[in-house]
Design a protein around this ligand. Structure first.
Ligand code: UD1
Ligand code: CA
Length: 456
């Protein structure tokens, strides 16, 4: 028995979610519940994951297609034991089997390994936990010697059994041969008329097997998600866990209860993150980075010493060392800011390279553009990158100055040290060091008489 088959049950409808989306596809920290379980399962040595789908099977299998697993279908959702039945043909001979529930997302690979180690000879293992509020969970029934005898589902439990605080997490491990032999003994004589996998415990006892209980390292690992309240609680608990890990690695959080990480966040040391920031996808922070309150940062990297001021939105962008962004800046995909660049309030950028030390400080849209070093873009400057059919590029050399309220009609190029006067509508290229003035000449009319309001 040196190989492991992990059966993951994901066929249930999840009625208590009140959702058209299958329960196991609801997101925890930005990833489907099921994906968390598959990731843990695939970390177990010599393990193969067998995913049992049923309700919304096509959708479930397509969302999690990138993870390696064998998919099997449970035709009708007749209960957890019936779901396991569907996986039996795929078990390898004499493997150890561990059964996980896709709605218990935070199970840790180490816990799965401890469960597997406890399967030995005539012993199987069951993951249990003492819970202050065990309502809804299956309860662990022990005899007077403390030996586990059975699991009784909450709905089937007597009032005294409901007083038991030790709960079934749903995770059990046993030999493939035992599972195959015992599963047919399970019937559906219970309140829900379902085939309960939990009945396997009393059957194991009948065959004189010992049930060893294993406890998880943390309670979060075994919290199930059956409704949206439980989902929100687990989200906060998990976020706190991620926040603690980040703080212990050298980042200060203004408030770990108001921090959200929905993907991979890697960070150096001495970063400061203010409240209500959301990090999505793959985000990398250097060291000494400051992020103001209410920032949304997605799939981006932010280099050492950069300051992202409050209410900035950054997506698929690279922010160089010592840059200053925001408040209220929006860096859209393809924005690359060189070292020390500044992007100020109400500025939107897209597919743009901004050279070192360049500034776009106020109220601008700069898209499909390449800016050299030390460029200054005046307030209200717009790149007209779209002609209604195609996108065109704007190229500005080093040390270019664009006066306020200019419109740069692409394709257009300004050479090094080029100077564009305020209010210019730039339609022709500007050579190195040239001044372009592209606005109507001002006329002043002396003794101007203002219009007078007519009497009615
Ligand atoms: C189950 C356990 C309960 C335990 C709890 C832990 C049973 C009978 N009860 O209850 O002892 O305390 O989990 O979270 O096992 N599923 C299928 N096919 C089905 C039915 C369910 O694949 O026909 C899957 C679901 O998608 C889910 C998992 O099995 O991932 C558990 O089903 P659920 O209905 O949520 O069981 P609980 O009532 O939570
Ligand atoms: Ca459940």
């Amino acid at each position: 028995m040196n190989c492991t088959d992990v059966i993951i049950l994901a066929a249930g409808k999840g009625s208590r979610m009140q959702s058209s989306l299958p329960k196991v596809l609801h997101l925890l920290a930005g990833r489907p519940l099921l994906e968390h379980v598959l990731t843990a399962s695939n970390k177990v040595a010599n393990a193969r994951s067998i995913l049992v789908t049923g309700h919304g099977a096509d959708e479930v299998e397509s969302v999690c297609a990138h993870d390696a697993y064998v998919a099997v279908r449970q035709i009708e959702q007749l209960g957890t034991a019936n779901a396991v039945q569907a996986a039996l043909p795929h078990l390898r001979e004499h493997s150890k089997v561990v059964i996980l529930y896709a709605d218990v997302p935070l199970i840790h690979p180490n816990t799965i390994c401890r469960m597997l180690e406890a399967v030995d000879g005539e012993q199987i293992s069951l993951l249990t936990l003492d819970m202050a509020e065990p309502s809804g969970y299956g309860r662990i029934v022990r005899n007077s010697n403390g030996v586990i005898e059975a699991i009784v589902e909450h709905r089937d439990a007597s009032p005294s059994q409901r007083g038991i605080c030790e709960i079934n997490t749903g995770v059990m491990a046993l030999g493939a041969e035992q599972l195959k032999a015992w599963l047919p003994e399970i019937d559906n004589r219970n309140v829900q008329n379902e085939y309960y996998l939990t009945d396997l415990i009393s059957i194991a006892r009948k065959h004189n097997y010992h049930v060893k209980s294993i406890q998880p390292a943390t309670a979060n690992e075994v919290q199930g998600v059956n409704d949206r309240i439980q989902l929100s609680r687990l989200e906060r608990a998990y976020q706190l866990q991620l926040a603690h890990a980040l703080m212990l690695s050298g980042t200060t959080l203004a408030d770990p209860a108001r921090f959200d990480q929905r993907g991979e966040l890697s960070a150096g040391i001495d970063n400061y993150i203010d409240i209500n920031c959301v990090f999505t996808g793959a985000v990398t922070l250097g060291s000494g980075v400051t992020i103001g309150a209410n920032c949304m940062i997605t799939d981006s990297s932010i280099a050492d010493g950069a300051v992202i001021a409050t209410n900035s939105v950054i997506e698929s962008a690279q922010v160089g060392a010592g840059c200053s962004v925001g408040p209220f800046a929006r860096l859209r995909p393809g924005t690359i800011l060189g070292a020390g660049a500044k992007v100020g309030n109400f500025v939107e950028t897209k597919k743009v390279r901004v050279g070192a030390g360049s500034k776009i400080n106020h109220l601008s849209y700069i898209g499909d553009a390449d800016l050299g070093d030390n460029v200054n873009i005046g307030a209200g400057t717009i790149t007209c990158n779209y002609d209604g059919a195609n996108k065109h590029a704007t190229r500005l050399g080093d040390d270019v100055f664009i006066g306020s309220n200019s419109t740069l009609v692409a394709p257009v190029h300004v050479g090094d040290r080029g100077f564009v006067a305020a209010g210019t509508t730039l339609t022709c290229d500007v050579l190195d060091a040239e001044l372009a003035v592209g606005r109507a000449r001002q006329r002043n009319i002396a003794d101007w008489r203002r219009p007078v309001k007519k009497e009615d």
